[in-house]
Design a protein around this ligand. Structure first.
Ligand code: MLT
Length: 238
């Protein structure tokens, strides 16, 4: 079982039809998706474009929340932005969410032709690792990046996925060079996720917007055991 890391959506191979792809956008789309589904949201429809998101929400009618960000901030007229702390059980339980973000939902769209598409982050890391190993297909961990450039926090999280896949998968696991590099990067921070966030470009932007509590939450490990699975144009808890 080969493990690969794509540090950007543009690095995905053209044929991913036999792969498990784990989409990682730690700050904050993956963390928000995992939190909403973990708190009882029925499904999340990831959309690349703001206007398309408005249209889909209108078509779906009742019981739908229209959510997401641009520039880290809630889009005008949307119900919620991209803070995982907003997605509490009393708000999202039983609801559908139409969701658009700058990088995360684009990465999900880029991976939609994979055999299996999971969304992963620190908050559900062990569950995603177990599910991926259970399937037995080659795995690509896809970092959402930032507007087509490398993202430190996504790459460090990818490295932790690689490490845990090695720990649980043992001799079955073979690492591509990209996976080895991500694993080494994760090791270099010695498990200090807050240090990663505070050093990263996107972490600094969120701090400047007063979103320190989001960073604290997104650094937590294995809070949820759900694995968001992309099926029929939406993410559902599995
Ligand atoms: C994204 O998808 O680009 C992000 O999740 C941005 C954010 O922190 O809101």
């Amino acid at each position: 079982m080969y493990i690969d890391v794509a540090f950007l959506p543009s690095e995905l191979p053209s044929d991913i039809s036999s792969k498990t792809v784990i989409v990682v956008d730690v700050l904050r789309a993956s963390s928000t998706i995992v939190t909403a589904l973990g708190n009882g949201c029925r499904r999340i429809i990831p959309v690349a474009d703001v206007e398309r998101a408005r249209q889909i929400a209108r078509e779906l009618g009742n019981n739908v929340l229209l959510c997401g960000e641009r520039g880290g901030l809630k889009v005008d007229g949307f119900d919620f932005g991209n803070s995982p702390l907003d997605y509490r059980a009393n708000i999202v339980s039983g609801k559908d969410i139409v969701f658009t973000t700058t990088n995360g939902t684009q990465a999900i769209q880029a991976a939609r032709n994979s055999r299996t598409l999971f969304v992963g982050t620190f908050l559900n890391l062990s569950s995603v690792v177990r599910r991926s190993l259970g399937l037995g297909d080659d795995v690509i961990i896809l970092c959402a990046g930032r507007r087509g450039t490398f993202s430190l926090e996504d790459s460090v999280c990818a490295g932790m996925f690689v490490k845990e896949l090695c720990v649980l998968g043992g001799f079955r696991i073979k690492l591509r060079d990209s996976a080895l590099a991500a694993k080494q990067l994760f090791a270099s921070f010695q498990g200090d996720i807050q240090k990663v966030f505070h050093a990263s470009e996107h972490g600094k932007i969120l701090l400047s917007l007063g979103m320190e509590r989001d960073l604290d939450f997104c650094a937590l490990i294995d809070v949820f055991n759900i694995v968001p699975l992309f099926q029929k144009d939406s993410l559902q808890p599995s």
